[in-house]
Design a protein around this ligand. Sequence first.
Ligand SMILES: NC(=O)c1ccc[n+]([C@@H]2O[C@H](COP(=O)([O-])OP(=O)(O)OC[C@H]3O[C@@H](n4cnc5c(N)ncnc54)[C@H](OP(=O)(O)O)[C@@H]3O)[C@@H](O)[C@H]2O)c1
Length: 267
Amino acid sequence: MTVPSFGVGTFRLTGQAAVDSVRNALEVGYRAIDTAQIYGNEAEVGEAIADSGVPREQLYVTTKIWVDNYGRDKLIPSLKESLSKLRMDQVDLTLIHWPALGKGVPLAEYMRALAEAKAQGLTREIGVSNFNIALTRQAIEVVGQGEIATNQIELSPYLQNRKLVSYLRQQGIAVTSYMTLAYGKVLQDPVIGEIAARLQATPAQVTLAWALHHGIAVIPSSTRREHLASNLLARELKLGEDDLARIDALDRNGREVSPEGLAPEWD
Ligand SMILES: NC(=O)c1ccc[n+]([C@@H]2O[C@H](COP(=O)([O-])OP(=O)(O)OC[C@H]3O[C@@H](n4cnc5c(N)ncnc54)[C@H](OP(=O)(O)O)[C@@H]3O)[C@@H](O)[C@H]2O)c1
């Protein structure tokens, strides 16, 4: 599996803000970019990539299929439209954005369509997002063992999702954390603040380094070039066992996102 451990997210970024954020990210050294059909910014992501001059083969681009496109006649055409917006003929990873069992398309139908998109070369790898253990198991049954590259889930010091992470590890599925910074909340945490001050790092770097130490991939987003650059330096921050344990102890089921009709029953 090739899911990169560090990428940049683009949720909530549209128009020029999306172009600028991706351009800045590429300039400061990011090579993995996370977008989605529902973010409404695939064209801007494509524009920033095209203008950057970074060779396509150095990039790892992820998009996610939105729930309206799960039907067997819709998924592949929608991915082709994403590719046209992104100005590329293949993405590296395509995810099912939410299990969305309330939306009427059976899991087996959209997982088969996703596997077919891979077979057609539209995406190099496939995966899921916001799947619980039971649904990940069902998805594996449909597409086969070893086919699901990642499950992208909400995971932060306040929501560590240990049961699901342990299951994904057993299955050899990479764990990607979204909202690792709990949309900024954990940056106010006194324990993380104390560790950051002692190590002369930022709270964001400490949080991201904690996830990386646990083998979890991260995709923090930012509208600010200095944040993009400093977040990336988390890769070089070493946390001691004591500090890791203190952050582990911050777990409090602090979930930020759970849309009705889309989210599963969480583990
Ligand atoms: N699969 C899914 O369902 C799903 C759901 C949500 C998100 N995602 C993906 O995950 C990515 C990350 O999640 P997210 O963007 O929602 O949240 P996040 O990365 O946890 O937090 C982003 C927020 O943190 C701030 N921030 C970033 N770096 C900072 C720093 N060094 N110091 C202070 N503040 C900092 C940003 O503000 P500034 O702009 O001011 O820096 C922004 O408000 C998304 O962009 C998206 O690609 C996926």
